[in-house]
Design a protein. Structure first.
Length: 398
């Protein structure tokens, strides 16, 4: 059986085959021009799907990297604020020690009070610092709210206790700072277990912050250390029951319920000290207490003794504030170290994904050039053959 192919059919089929060859050649040329083997998902659906998934992973890693940069910048500013606050509080501590000198009189105390006012404002300015975006470092989640301000005789905090968390890895999130409540306000009072205060004071004695030497014997509650005479004392609880008593001499240790306090000087009969469960006190209020005591002290033995107690308590509070900042700086350092470690891991993962995407999508130039040359030769040969065959006619044989 034989078939006849019409001239029109021959020409149509031949042209279509040459157009197909031309399309293949164009596609190869596009691959060489772009450097990419896959121009559309239809070129390799399986590889295209894998590329999309890896691109998504790489985009996520890039976002984690951006988050890490934001975190590192903000934490660096926080670290600087901690360092500056540490310096200011240490200077206030030096002022407190200066004020403890026996030769410091009213005129000298006025100078110290003036510097205390300056240092307190300096510390408040540090607490109100912002980052590069104008967001406050220590206002918690309320980053657009100025956290600290003096309201009359009070020191107001207008932030919150929250903290923003940014993701820097698939399973890794890090807080971008600390709330002002945690840094400047939640400072342990006294020795952390109890705080000593001045009650009735007529004599010339002073008291230290005390210490718990046997926690198993300590019973939390409110106590009063009463001097029944200048050389005898008793400690009573909130029910006015005597829990301990003894004789007194200057510098002796008074012990009760596993705790000890040290009193120096000469108390008067009826003088009292309060001993209550420790709470927290913000650093600005501690500075105010110190300032007011220095400002109101008189050059008398009784006033100096009362001032000595306040100065001792102030030193304890300042040391507590420094310890709090030191602890937070250690935590901040851990966070920054984690960011640095994660950065190297994230970069390695990104490089690996980039290489994998390249293997799937990038063109093999040697193979593509060879294929293009073959396609060009094939197309040229087809065009040449078609040109010759198309010119044939029966009239050439008549």
């Amino acid at each position: 059986m034989s078939y006849r192919i019409s001239t029109a059919s021959f020409h149509g089929d031949t042209v279509n085959r040459m157009l197909s060859r031309q399309a293949d050649l164009s596609k190869t040329q596009e691959q060489l021009a772009s450097g990419q083997r896959i121009q559309s998902p239809a070129d390799d659906p399986v590889a295209a799907t894998r590329i999309l998934d890896m691109e998504r992973q790489r985009s996520q890693l890039n976002q984690f990297g951006t988050n890490a940069e934001v975190l590192n910048s903000r934490l660096t500013l926080t670290e600087q604020a901690f360092a500056d606050a540490n310096g200011v509080i240490n200077r206030i501590r030096e002022i407190t020690l200066q004020a403890s000198g026996p030769s410091v009189e009213t005129s000298a105390r006025k100078t110290l009070v003036a510097e205390l006012d300056t240092r307190k404002q300096e510390l408040m300015d540090i607490a109100n610092r912002t980052d590069a975006n104008g967001e406050y470092l220590f206002s918690g989640l309320s980053t657009k709210t100025r956290p600290f301000a003096a309201v009359g005789s009070l020191n107001g905090y207008f932030g919150d206790q929250g903290v923003r968390v940014l993701q820097i890895g698939t399973d890794q999130k890090i807080a971008d700072g600390f709330s002002g409540e945690k840094v400047f306000r939640s400072i342990a009072q006294g020795n952390g277990t109890f705080a000593v205060g001045q009650g009735v004071h007529v004599g010339t004695s002073s008291i230290d912050a005390g210490v718990v030497v046997d926690p198993s014997l300590w019973v939390a509650g409110n106590y009063s250390l009463n001097f029944t005479a200048s050389d005898t004392w008793q400690v009573v609880n909130s029910a006015n029951a005597v829990v301990a008593s003894g004789s007194y001499s200057s510098g002796s240790v008074i012990s009760f319920n596993g705790a000890q306090v040290k009193v120096t000087g000469t108390p008067a009969a009826g003088d009292t000290y309060t001993i209550s469960p420790a709470n927290t006190q913000d650093v600005f209020s501690s500075i105010d207490t110190l300032r007011n005591s220095l400002s109101g002290a008189a050059d008398t033995a009784v006033s100096r003794a009362a001032l000595t107690t306040t100065l001792q308590q102030s030193l304890v509070q300042l040391d507590n504030g420094l310890a709090n900042i030191s602890s937070l700086r250690a935590e901040l350092g851990t966070r920054m170290s984690t960011i640095a470690t994660t950065q190297s891991v994230r970069q390695a993962a990104s490089d690996e994904l980039t290489g994998a995407v390249g293997k799937l999508r990038d063109v093999d130039y040697a193979e593509a050039v060879s294929r293009m040359n073959q396609q060009m030769l094939g197309l040229q040969a087809a065009q040449s053959a078609y040109s010759r065959i198309a010119q044939l006619s029966l009239f050439n044989y008549l």
